[in-house]
Structures are given as C-alpha cells and as structure tokens.
Write a protein that binds this ligand. Structure first.
Ligand code: SF4
Length: 349
C-alpha cells in the first residue's frame, strides 16, 4: 500500500453478479451531475438526534464501491487523500446553517460528516472539525474506516466526538465481494487500523454492518463479523439492511429470520447489537401503550417471547396484542435455536 496509489475510476458491474442480471439501475441512480449542498438538515436520526449533515466529498469519490451504496456507483474509487473544499468554506457554510436553525429556536444535537463518498479522503477533515468547534455542537463522522491504518486519518478522526465505522465483513473474501475496495487496500491492514483507532479513541465509536442477501448474511459471515468486533473496543454494533434503491439490481435485504439469526450470532460476541433499519424516533420510549412500546423495542432488536410476556404483564395487556400485530404485518414471528422471537417487519421501500 502506498500513499499515492492513484485512483481507479469507473464502476463496472460486480463480477459476482455479472451474468445474474446485474446491471446499473439507471432509474434508481442519483443524478450525480447535480451539485450537492455541503450542508443539509437538520434531519432526525435515532442515534444522533437532530443532526445537521455535512457533505465534504463530491459524489462519488470513495475507497469502496459497495454493492448496496445508496449514493450511486462509485465514479472515482480512490485512496488518495486530497483537498475537495477548503475547510474554511465548509466551516463557514455550516456556521451559517447553524445560525439559521438557532434563529428559528430549533435544537441541534450533532454536526455529522456523512458525505457522498468517504469523508476521510478529505485531507482537510481534521481542520474542518477544528474550525467547527466554536459552534459548540458535538461532531460525528460516518466513515467506512478503510483509511484508519494511516496516522493522519486516525489523528483527524480522533478530534470527533462520535464515529461510526463500517464492518460488513470479517473475512477478506466477503469484504472484497460486498465493499469492492480499491485494489491497493488490504483487508488485514484495514481491520488493523480500525482496531487501533477504536482502542485509542476517547469518544464514542460504533460499527455498522449492512446485511445483503446472499452476500454477507450467512451464519459464517455473521460469526466472522462478531469475532472481529469481540476483539475491538466498539460500544455498539448496528445491523442495517438496504432499504433504498441500490446501484445494481439483484441487491436485496435478507428476510427477518436471517437478520434475526445474524443478530443472535453477533450477540454471542458483542454485548450491544441493535437494528438500524430505518425506524427513527421513538426507540425504547415507554408510552404505557403496549402496542407502541412493542413496536419501538422490536424495531431496535428482536424480542424473545418471554420478554414480550413480561412487557404485556407489566401493562396488563393480553397476548392478543401480539396476535394483532403479527396479523396486520407489523411484527414477524421467527424461530432461532428453539426460541421464538418477535421482530419488526423491515420496511423495504
Ligand atoms: S463506503 Fe459508503 S459511500 Fe462508499 S461505496 Fe460504500 S456505502 Fe457508498
């Protein structure tokens, strides 16, 4: 791996899907010819509250070309850090947006770097975070983590308050298949960098694993991710599924039973595993309404039948509440190792 390996432009259909009907979905592609604003929001986020998004990378420059990427195909697959927008300009437009939001009397919980590509490719990221500090808002970065083996990237991210790293695979073959990394990236080096950052980071670090049917949803793949996370000091592991259009056809979300199995297998290694499947807002809100409480909790993680019984008993509700939720399609009953679980039916837009 070198510091300046150049970029690998273009985004051919993944070989693993070629011949299986895979092709770029023109109708679902984002129009990347349109300029994307550097700042947007606030948008509601279950993890980050009211979050103002910062888009410090133009579409779509990334070290990965993930099969499920919701931004669209990677146009410039690169591991070269460089300047995109001057950090002073990024800080100015974010500060102006924050002023507008505060003038309306609205709250902001996080400023979040969540760009149309990989945020750590921006060599001004650390400086931008520094310039945003006077706004007195916590700063989050959502990264694929592929460049954390670099000292300068770890130093830039160390100044954030909250970092989410992508861990879709715990083995080299699955990683190449789902994330389609730049050819100069090496699996062990990437995972080593991620572990090192997690061990040194003073803020909160979480992981995100996107499960794609037939790609990384097998028991072996989930166990490999869990085993990696067991050795890595990460606060919480989030499981996601594709819920928006992806660049290629043939990319689908696993069903509830398969996602529950992945949750159980990862939970054998990691103490906190939660779903991140598109339901924002009222997770764990105790409303006193058993129907609402059940849906809130089941959106975050599967509920064992015994836990459901306890919740119903606390509120004096009957099991028919569950029967109704299963019947109207809000909840799905799945079995795993002899236990019954109830999970929220995943939204597939
Ligand atoms: S790392 Fe993120 S931006 Fe890059 S290809 Fe994957 S999903 Fe898209």
């Amino acid at each position: 791996m070198t510091n300046d390996p150049g970029s690998d432009r273009g985004d051919a259909a993944p070989a693993s899907l070629a011949g299986a009907g895979a092709r770029p979905e023109e109708s679902t592609r984002r129009d990347v010819s349109q300029p994307t604003p550097i700042v947007f929001g606030p948008v509601p986020s279950r993890r980050l509250g009211r979050s103002v998004g910062i888009n410090n990378i133009p579409p779509k420059v990334c070290s990965y070309a993930c099969l499920y990427c919701q931004v669209g195909p990677t146009l410039d697959r690169s591991v070269t850090r460089r300047a995109f927008y001057p950090p002073e300009h990024v800080a100015d437009v974010v500060a102006a947006q924050v002023r507008r939001i505060r003038d309306r009397g609205e709250r902001i919980d996080y400023l979040t770097f969540v760009p149309d590509g990989e945020p750590t490719l921006d060599d001004g990221l650390g400086r931008a975070i520094e310039l945003l500090r006077p706004l007195d808002v916590r700063i989050a970065v959502i990264t694929n983590g592929s460049l954390l083996w670099r000292d300068d990237v770890r130093a830039a991210l160390a100044t954030a308050d909250w970092v989410s790293v992508k861990v879709d695979a715990g083995d080299d073959v699955t990683w190449r298949r789902i994330n389609r990394p730049h050819p100069d990236l090496d699996f062990d080096t990437v995972m080593g960098g991620l572990s090192r950052f997690a061990a040194d980071f003073d803020g909160e670090i979480v992981s995100e694993t996107m499960l794609v049917a037939g790609i990384n949803d097998s028991p072996a793949a989930a166990t490999a991710v869990g085993a990696f996370l067991r050795e890595t000091p990460i606060g919480k592991a989030y499981l996601a599924i594709p819920t928006r259009p992806t660049p290629y056809s043939g990319i689908t979300a696993p069903d509830e039973k398969t996602v529950n199995r992945a949750h159980q297998l990862m939970s054998e290694h990691v103490s906190q595993v939660e779903y991140l499947v598109g339901y924002e807002g009222d997770a764990f809100a105790s409303s006193g309404d058993p129907r609402r409480d059940l849906l809130s909790i089941a959106a975050v993680h599967p509920m064992r039948a015994s836990a459901v019984h306890r919740l119903l008993a606390r509120t004096g509700a009957a099991w028919s509440v569950i029967d109704d939720l299963v019947e109207d399609g809000s909840l799905v009953e799945v079995a795993y190792r002899g236990e019954r679980y109830y999970v929220r039916r995943f939204r597939r837009d």
